[in-house]
Design a protein around this ligand. Structure first.
Ligand SMILES: [Zn+2]
Ligand SMILES: [Zn+2]
Length: 426
């Protein structure tokens, strides 16, 4: 080896040592490869992916000090395949779970979370626009087929000078009427104990009003500036706060009571010219909707600048490749803090030390989630519906032998002794 080569060798050693030092200082975990790039040590062709960049519902335990918030609907009133209307699920480390709004199409995403429906019985409605409670009838009526045995507990606005017929109790009476035929004819055939709605009307006009206080969880409401009968919620647990606007203009009660909250979920409409160009509104409709009923994007930014949450979340807009850049530009005119522009399935893991946002990989073909309470063929009051005899006598008797075979096979598989009950009248 001549002098020239020795110089190159020692230079290379120095360079590698320097690179290793740099790597150890700046990048703690990856290992410096000979070529200068980094590798994940010990990762083999048969290992699982080393880190979960996305959330797979039902695969992660929730820490006892942790909050998980999942966006189940982030869009506009007309539900779309990628975005349902307003719905946020809040899961606490103490096991409690709360649904804030249940807008059109949102139950599909909520159901995809695979959570036993007996754990999802507490629904808080900010106001009665369909994009905030349109899927409440769906969630209520289909509990009986999907493992919910408990009543649905519903908190919704009432009082505050509003006519009684505009309150939540009146709305749920309407749901009962709408599904009266289905309700009555289901009794005794399936477990219909879930077909009870317990309504807790709260006075939407009160400021910082405690509407729920159990098991260390306090939920307060403030009036929303959105027509009348509308509220925003602030949930407090374990020294952390989640604020959820529902629909509101920039709101001084919000500014006062949500300062420094951990997660501030607030509506943010697309910049108002979109209501002419994309929604085909008249200009007068566009300016009314985006400035007198809702919060347009730059105003959302201003509200966050005034309240300085640990993390802001903008929702209630179509989050598309062509709308997002304008949205970001509009919000950044007025706010430079941390903000997520929500999509359905976005999830936040919140502790006092960290807030982590990811997106979920949603199961598009879920079956009923695990059962936590045993099903039974029971109806409230033990009632049982019977189909009129003359309709049953319309049965096609040529399929009777097949039906007997089907019952035999079922009995063999499940150790039961069922017989097809229909026989032709002599
Ligand atoms: Zn609304
Ligand atoms: Zn809305």
């Amino acid at each position: 080896m001549n002098c020239h080569h020795r110089f190159i060798e020692s230079f290379r050693s120095f360079a590698l040592a320097f690179a290793a030092l740099l790597s150890a200082t700046l990048f703690a975990s990856p290992i410096q490869a000979a070529g200068g790039g980094t590798v994940d040590e010990g990762y083999t062709p048969t290992d699982p992916y080393p880190s979960q960049e996305v959330y797979y519902p039902g695969t992660e335990a929730l820490g006892e000090d942790e909050i998980r918030v999942i966006a189940c609907g982030t869009g506009m009133p007309m539900p779309r395949t990628k975005q349902a209307a307003a719905c946020f699920l809040i899961e606490l480390g103490n096991g409690d779970k709360f649904i804030f709004d249940l807008g059109t199409g949102a139950f599909t995403t909520l159901y995809a979370m695979g959570i036993p429906l007996d754990y999802l019985t507490k629904v808080f409605i900010t106001h009665q626009h369909a994009d905030h409670m349109g899927d409440l009838p769906t969630m209520w009526i289909y509990g009986m087929q999907n493992g919910r045995t408990l009543p649905l507990e519903i908190w919704g606005p009432g009082g505050g000078g509003m006519p009684a017929e505009w309150g939540m109790k009146s709305a749920t009476d309407g749901i009962l009427k709408f599904y009266n035929w289905m309700y009555e004819t289901s009794k005794g055939g399936l477990d219909t104990r879930s077909l009870v709605m317990n309504v807790h009307e709260y006075d939407w006009s009160k400021v910082n009003n405690v509407i729920y206080d159990e098991n260390g969880v306090v939920i307060r409401s403030i009036p929303a500036v959105h027509l009348e009968g509308s509220a925003s919620f602030i949930l407090e647990w374990n020294g952390m706060k989640i604020a959820y606007s529902g629909d509101t203009l920039a709101n001084r009660w919000w500014t006062e009571h949500t300062k420094g909250v951990d997660l501030s979920i607030h509506e943010a409409f697309l910049p108002n010219r979109n209501f002419v160009t994309k929604y085909r509104f008249q200009p007068a409709e566009a300016i009314y909707v985006s400035t007198l009923v809702h919060t347009t994007a730059p105003v959302f930014g201003k509200v966050m600048a005034l309240t300085q949450p640990r993390r802001a979340v903008a929702y209630h807009f179509q989050n598309d490749p062509d709308t997002l850049p304008d949205m970001v530009t509009a919000v950044r005119q007025t706010y430079d803090g941390p903000v997520d522009f929500a999509v359905d399935g976005m999830v936040w893991n919140i502790t006092k030390d960290e807030i982590r946002s990811r997106v979920s990989m949603l199961n598009s073909q879920p079956f009923p989630p695990p059962l936590v309470n045993a099903r039974q063929q029971a109806a409230p009051g033990g009632e049982r519906y019977e189909t009129p005899e003359w309709i049953l006598q319309g049965y096609e008797w040529d399929t009777l032998d097949l039906m007997d075979d089907i019952h035999r096979e079922f009995n063999e598989e499940f150790g039961t002794q069922f017989e097809f009950p229909l026989r032709p009248k002599e």
